[in-house]
Design a binder for this molecule. Structure first.
Ligand code: NAP
Length: 491
């Protein structure tokens, strides 16, 4: 990947949409307020975008409500064609989408290309699902009736997404919503609105009718979204973000008994048994830890390595982590970008300092990088004790804490000693052990001898406080469908 020239950076930001997208119109915020978008690798302002008020939020929801009936009536084949067109346009525009994402979020350009590809796959996957929505026909056990079960769109939906995967977390919701025939109001994270606004432009170009997808960017998320959620006009909330905010939104949804999908925080364990292929395990750990510079809900937060192989594993991991190149995401050779903002970088620093105070040994890194931007050095910590905060809290940074264990039962207890349950990783060459451990760990997903589980064709989601529902796979579309049972008496 070659370095990106500065005039190309300027021109892609200049060309990006910066207004709200409501009812098929690009509009300023009522009152004209704007918010600034920053480049986390320099801290400098990239541009300003419209900052929605409560009134703008209401207009977006009313537009979604008005468009619902006609969109639900659109033939599934047509909805599929729109999604397939959007998939193709994402590939045509991948250079601009990837660069915009890197500039506003910081991830290395190669990873941004990877995300554009991953995000586009949700459109292709759900284009294929749109025409396969089916129901059921059944004879009542007593023989005196027939049951028809029809699948219908749940209705207007509110979609809220985080900053760490600015495109993919949007397409993972918009794909099934459009496939199922649901209109939506989507609120992207304040830190990364440009990717979602560019996606809105792309959806318009792909033929999404006015009012079907509405994008509301705001610096006052709670104030703008709470009345919309509590109104009962939307019938579904699909949220990806932190567990704390998710819990708050669940309470708001209770008011009108809204359907919810909650993709929340994680505290993944990465377990390396003594019979694992250590080179494979190190590569897996690099993926599970360093994807998105550690700013991923699936990131390996606790790495447990059998005591007989921990020295060799730690040395190899530190060597691989030491090869990483920290820098601006657009620079040639960069493999680790900045944290998304100063708050995130400082939180990583705080967690590392706390672990070191509790007795962890720094094998590599262990401090923020000097200079402009919000960088933290790739870090390996050995012997992180259970009292350390990073046992319980998401690190969300390039920090690999390695802890020894001695037996399987003990490590399973440690893995499960968290309120989170999104994903865990297990490395072993013993098939019986792999299945035994995969069944015993409390998480919605398990990676065996692999450090990445995300795949649009597989059901992504967590248990416990990591969430409710699944995105992707053959069940992802069900999150936007209701089952209606129609009973017919038969004489
Ligand atoms: P966050 O602070 O919970 O924010 C997520 C989204 O919710 C943002 O759009 C945010 O808007 C919005 N929000 C915040 N407070 C709100 C409120 N009171 N009402 C309505 N919306 C509100 O999370 P984040 O820091 O952006 O993302 C990181 C978290 O997301 C991590 O915990 C990570 O594990 C989780 N995550 C989970 C998955 C998954 O699939 N399970 C995937 C990716 C990330 P503002 O930006 O304006 O604050």
């Amino acid at each position: 990947m070659t370095a990106v020239a500065q005039d190309r950076e300027v021109s892609v930001v200049e060309a990006a949409p910066k207004k709200l997208y409501i009812n098929g119109q690009w509009r300023d915020a009522s009152g004209g307020a704007t918010l600034e978008v920053h480049d986390p690798s320099t801290g400098e302002v990239l541009c300003s975008v419209a900052d929605a008020t409560e009134e703008d939020g209401w207009e977006a929801l009313r537009a979604a409500e008005a468009a619902q009936e006609s969109f639900a009536a659109m033939p599934p084949r047509k909805r599929a064609d729109i999604l397939m067109k959007a998939f193709e346009l994402m590939h045509e525009r991948k250079d601009d989408l990837a660069l915009l994402m890197t500039l506003e979020m910081g991830k290395p350009l190669a990873e941004a290309y990877g995300e554009v590809n991953y995000a586009a796959e949700f459109f292709r996957h759900f284009a294929e699902e749109a025409t396969r929505i089916s129901g059921n026909y059944q004879t009542a056990p007593a023989g005196n009736a027939r049951f028809i079960v029809a699948k219908q769109p749940v209705g207007p939906s509110i979609l809220i997404t985080p900053w760490n995967f600015p495109l993919a977390m949007g397409t993972r919701k918009l794909g099934p919503a459009i496939a199922a025939g649901c209109t939506s109001v989507l609120k992207p994270a304040e830190l990364t609105p440009l990717s979602m606004l560019a996606l809105a432009q792309l959806l318009e170009d792909a033929g999404v009718p006015a009012g079907v997808v509405n994008i509301v960017v705001t610096s006052t998320a709670g104030k703008v979204m709470e009345p919309l959620i509590r109104s009962g006009i939307a019938r579904k909330l699909s949220f990806t973000g932190s567990t704390g905010v998710g819990k708050k939104l669940l309470e708001q949804c209770a008011d009108k008994v809204m359907r919810t999908s909650m993709e929340l925080g994680g505290n993944a364990s990465f377990v390396v048994f003594e019979d694992a292929d250590l080179d494979k395990a190190v590569e897996g750990a690099m993926q599970a830890k360093m994807r998105n510079s550690g700013e991923a809900c699936t990131a390996a937060n606790r790495i447990f390595v059998h005591e007989s192989v921990i020295s060799e594993f730690s040395e190899k991991l530190a060597a691989r982590m030491g090869e990483l190149q920290v820098g601006r995401g657009v620079a040639e050779g960069t493999t680790v970008g900045p944290m998304v903002d100063a708050k995130q970088r400082d939180k990583v620093a705080e967690l590392v300092d706390d672990a070191v105070k509790s007795g962890a040994e720094v094998v590599l890194g262990g401090e923020p990088a000097a200079g402009e931007g919000f960088f933290y050095k790739p870090t390996v910590l050995k012997g992180v004790p259970r009292e350390a905060r990073m046992w319980r809290e998401e690190i969300f940074g390039p920090v690999a804490p390695v802890t020894p264990f001695t037996d399987e039962g003990e490590v399973i207890k440690w893995v499960n000693s968290t309120e989170y349950g999104l994903v865990n990783y297990v490395f072993t060459e013993n098939l019986n052990r792999a299945l035994r451990v995969a069944e015993a760990v409390e998480s919605g997903m398990v990676g065996i001898n692999q450090g990445v589980v995300s795949n649009p064709a597989a059901p992504f989601g967590g248990v416990k406080e990591s969430g409710l529902g699944r995105e992707g796979g053959d069940i992802g579309i069900d999150e936007f469908l209701e089952s209606k049972y129609i009973g017919i008496a038969v004489n």
